[in-house]
Design a protein around this ligand. Structure first.
Ligand code: LHQ
Length: 263
């Protein structure tokens, strides 16, 4: 598939996917959803790829839904926003959260509406100091979607989630890191380099183990301690059978750097 709304490149085990509708702050239309779906599926299937890096071109990361596409026409029927979520956003969030590879997000500018939810659905989120996280939904009569109402209270607590979601004020990259919304905030001119270095590092690490970590952390949101102990036992059993576990222990004992293969 030839892409016109995203850019994709693969190097050093990292598939970098950049949202590329800068004149609309990389807001999503149907085509961008289809292209991103395709690019993620390709990255997941490519055995050379062991980490995905998601970012945006231009001054924004993503302004959520392209509102020009989903406006209510005067006198016309209301658009079915539930159908849009069902067809595009919900599958995207599910794909990100069940990816067989770790996903790094480099938030290079504003992340608004579903754009913020998509960033927060990635495993490690880096943001430029000038980036902003805006729960813009309330300003157009909507609620945070694409997992927003699930992830926000888990990351920052209900009080801050309610403030962000009901006021729609911009949260700076720095404050997002202070509040625990994201992993790290870095200077603007360092973002691309740091995000790439992080993604390249993850691409050399035990991929199956990293994905199991995500799975267990996500499951902890609803599991009891007993259920979580069982899950850890089951996942650890599987990880103990991977080549990367054997290599990690062998390398440790031999005092050498491990060469993980991601299997
Ligand atoms: C845009 C957009 C945009 C189109 C900037 N669309 N053009 C799911 C299910 C189905 C439907 C509903 O939605 C959802 C999930 C959602 O994501 S709902 C939330 C949708 N997003 C928003 O409400 C954010 C709207 N944008 C803004 O509030 C501002 O643009 C932000 C705060 C993101 C950035 O502000 P500024 O830095 O001041 O930039 P700007 O407003 O001047 O935008 C630059 C251009 O981008 C501008 O176009 P223009 O031709 O005037 O230069 C905007 O119209 C365009 N743009 N967001 N979502």
């Amino acid at each position: 598939m030839a892409y016109s709304t995203i850019d994709v490149g693969v190097a050093a085990g990292v598939a970098t996917i950049a949202l590329n509708r800068p004149e609309k702050l990389n807001s999503f239309n149907e085509q961008m959803h289809a292209e991103l779906r395709d690019a993620l599926a390709a990255a997941h299937q490519d055995t050379q790829v062991r980490c995905v890096l998601l970012t945006g071109r231009g001054r924004g990361f993503c302004a959520g839904q392209d509102l020009g596409d989903r406006a209510t026409k005067p006198g016309g029927p209301a658009p079915d926003l539930g159908a849009t979520l069902e067809r595009n956003y919900n599958p995207l969030i599910r794909v990100l959260r069940s990816s067989p590879k770790p996903i790094v997000c480099a938030v290079n500018g504003v992340a608004a509406g579903a754009g913020a939810s998509i960033a927060l659905a990635c495993d490690l989120v880096l943001a430029a100091r000038s980036a902003k996280f805006v729960q813009a939904f309330c300003k157009i009569g909507l609620l945070p979607d694409s997992g927003g109402t699930w992830i926000l209270p888990r990351l920052v607590g209900t009080a801050r989630a309610a403030g962000l979601a009901m006021l729609g004020d911009a949260l700076s990259g720095e404050q997002a890191a202070e509040w625990g919304l994201i992993w790290k905030c870095v200077d603007d001119d360092r973002l691309a380099e740091e995000a790439e270095a992080l993604a390249r590092h993850l691409a050399t690490q035990p991929t199956v183990g990293l994905v199991a970590i995500r799975r267990a952390l996500l499951a902890s949101a609803t599991n009891t301690l007993d259920a979580q102990l069982d899950l850890e036992r089951d996942l650890q059993r599987e990880l103990g059978r991977t080549d990367d576990y054997a290599e990690g222990v062998a390398a440790f004992l031999a005092k050498r750097t491990p060469a993980f293969k991601g299997r």
